[in-house]
Design a protein around this ligand. Sequence first.
Ligand code: FAD
Length: 305
Amino acid sequence: PFDVLVVGGGPAGASAAIYAARKGIRTGIVAERFGGQVMDTLSIENFISVKKTDGPKFAASLEEHVKEYDIDVMNLQRAKKLEKKELFELELENGAVLKGKTIILSTGARWRNIGVPGEEEFKNKGVAYCPHCDGPLFAGKDVAVIGGGNSGVEAAIDLAGVVNHVTVLEYNSELKADSVLQDRLRSLPNATIITNARTQEITGTEKVNGISYLDLQTGNLNHIELAGVFVQIGLVPNTDWLGDLVERTQHGEIVIDQRGATNVPGVFGAGDCTNIPYKQIIISMGSGATASLSAFDHLIRSKVP
Ligand code: FAD
């Protein structure tokens, strides 16, 4: 069996695996797609000490670093079930069953898509999901944020400090964000809120040039010219496959403590699939290291054979 079996090969999983392998213990990593969300990222400018890189390059160096160690990398393999028997048993979609004394869950998350024409076509060409990451790309330009919940309104406040103008489009008749956030947003001179707005299409040619929405009150189809659209309608953790074994929040995030431990002794969580605040590469990597050190600590204290 593996001493540490990591599920997920994004920044959190790679970091967890390297930290484990450096302890000289048997380490494996199962990944549906090594690199994770980073593979979909155009430009990364906030991974401290690397001024600027792009996603695929970053993912390649993650993989290179992992390969420096004696780590069993099982790429293009999807985990479908985790059970606790004498050891933990991880069943893969291909039928194989892997055993681990400890498990680190780092299966990440994905942004919920709005699913309108133009979204897929203009991803990374004006359609963005992460204001911390991509906000500065729209400095001095006009952008929209789709979604008036906490993440949408936070994004809009954040963006308002960087862009020329930000429009928040909310489907419902009012914003759902906390009222302090709403008040803050309303106090900004370069932010507009449009409610009862159903996004119909993100328009553009080579890149985004606007957004069309249906005004649900008047039935009019309106168009706004802008350079960027931030979709902020939720982040979905890749945790459904876990069933009830580990505790998850109502949003599906794995509940971990400061040490990365879940409610099941020997099972740890790291990165975007957990309830840690802020979903970023640097944070995921730190959380992978934490989970791994905790797994090691668990191993040296436990009576697992
Ligand atoms: P992920 O990167 O999501 O990795 C999850 C891993 O688990 C993947 O290998 C996946 O294939 C695997 N997996 C999922 N389910 C299973 C399963 N059932 N079985 C096996 N494997 C599974 N952050 C920044 O700091 N800076 C940026 O500039 C930035 N830009 C971004 C741009 C975009 C378009 C996106 C989408 C995100 C961006 N982020 C950025 C966020 C950053 O990518 C994430 O915070 C980070 O990748 C999270 O790492 P993770 O390892 O927790 O999860």
